[in-house]
Design a protein around this ligand. Structure first.
Ligand SMILES: [Zn+2]
Length: 408
């Protein structure tokens, strides 16, 4: 049991509790007791196996042991990613996906996770991963153990995907690796990512494009600046155009996506007495999912006409998919259970990888996305059961009752 404390001093214990935390997971997910076992304890146990990107093996091992102990699941492991599938022969298959890794711990470490009461009495769990996104992982793991056993059979087949390396460069992504190595294991009719969304549905995501706008000059001694051409000064019109830029708001499938475009870096100059001969402004454009990468690039090139523009990174967005009947049914169920209407997701998430596979995908998780990656990352623990019950109720065939209508 995790104790609630009102002590606000940061924890200083060793954040590497080792195999004991794994044993806690196994005990909490005993098939006989999981339906009633405490999600708060489960989240604490998952958080207390630290899993900063690249260091997910211990947590993946623990999750794998739990999944392999379930006779109703077929389990596949690839590196530190796991895919577990029910095989009930249902007409539709729902994919629940979540990443096991977190961003690095703070100094001193913000683990082990601890419970603390806020001023208004809300009990929150503090610690790395509580928001992004072990709350979602805890819900998925509890459902993986529960749904599929006699008496708790879901209306759809379910695939659970736990993966590594989400918080680092895209080329390392465990989900990307699964797409390359085992695309058949990811097949489904809808994907639900447990990324933070305040227990509402956040649909789709904006795309992202990063470019370097480069200016050139002629180097000279700064004491005789007239002998050179200053490349930083030449970048002034680039900054003017950025400052004057008005970002669009675009409606896609009923949700309004807000775009943004701005400088995220500027580089130029080699010494305090040299007229710089090169300057680079790095610009990031977050574009609505109605626009593809090529169109986004064309837009940015038009904005910086007359300048050298080099694309350094790009990823397409994803449409919210709310026009899909199964997604709409899930959205209705969530709204009925939590009172929250669907909203757009602005940040890029792995829903886009599912969209590329042709699988509509949404984000649905208990955390507050504003607190992701922050030093004071924390989750009001009552949200765990609310999120679990909404997902569980829908998978079991209620409370929206849309399953029958879908079969017709
Ligand atoms: Zn995340």
């Amino acid at each position: 049991m995790v104790r609630v404390t009102t002590d606000s001093t940061p924890p200083s214990r060793d954040p590497h509790p080792g195999p004991r935390a794994d044993a806690r997971l196994d005990a909490l997910l005993d098939p006989e007791t999981v339906a009633t076992s405490d999600l708060v304890d489960l989240l604490a146990a998952i958080c207390d196996v630290p899993s900063v990107s690249g260091d997910e093996a211990a947590l993946a091992d623990a999750v794998e042991r739990v999944l392999r102990a379930q006779p109703h699941l077929d389990v596949l492991r690839d590196g530190d990613a796991l895919v577990a599938r029910t095989r009930l022969g249902r007409a539709r298959r729902v994919v629940l996906a979540g990443h096991l890794d977190t961003v690095p711990l703070t100094d001193p470490p913000n683990l082990p996770a601890r419970l603390q009461s806020a001023a208004d009495g809300t009990v929150e769990m503090w610690g790395r991963g509580t928001v992004d996104m072990k709350g979602g992982v805890a819900i998925m793991l509890a459902l993986a153990v529960e749904l599929g056993r006699a008496g708790s059979e879901p209306a759809h087949d379910v695939t659970y995907v736990f993966y590594d390396h989400e918080e680092v460069e895209a080329s390392l992504s465990g989900l990307g690796r699964l797409v390359r190595n085992h695309p058949e294991a990811l097949e489904g009719d809808v994907a639900i990512l447990g990324e933070s969304s305040n227990n509402g549905i956040e649909g789709g995501c904006n795309g992202t494009l990063r470019v370097e706008v480069r200016t050139h000059g002629v180097a000279a001694h700064s004491a005789r600046a007239w002998a050179g051409v200053n490349a930083i000064h030449a970048a002034a019109p680039v900054l003017d155009r950025l400052a004057a830029y008005e970002a669009r708001e675009v409606e896609v499938d009923g949700l309004v996506y807000r775009e943004s475009l701005g400088a995220v870096g500027i580089r130029g100059g080699i010494a305090g007495n040299v007229v710089p001969d090169a300057c680079t402004v790095t610009v990031n454009y977050r574009f609505a999912p109605s626009r593809g990468v090529a169109e986004a690039e064309a837009h940015v090139r038009e904005l910086f006409e007359g300048f050298e523009v080099v694309v350094t990174d790009a990823a397409p967005g994803a449409r919210p998919g709310l026009d899909d009947p199964l997604v709409a049914d899930f959205a209705a169920a969530v709204q009925a259970a939590t009172g929250t209407a669907p909203t757009p997701k602005y940040g890029w998430t792995d829903v886009a990888r599912f969209a590329e596979l042709g699988i509509p995908a949404v984000n649905f998780g208990p955390g507050d996305p504003v607190l992701a990656h922050k030093d004071d990352e924390r989750l009001p623990v009552a949200r765990l059961a609310v999120g679990r019950d909404a997902l569980r109720g829908w998978l079991l065939g209620g409370p929206a009752g849309g399953v029958d209508s879908l079969e017709s």
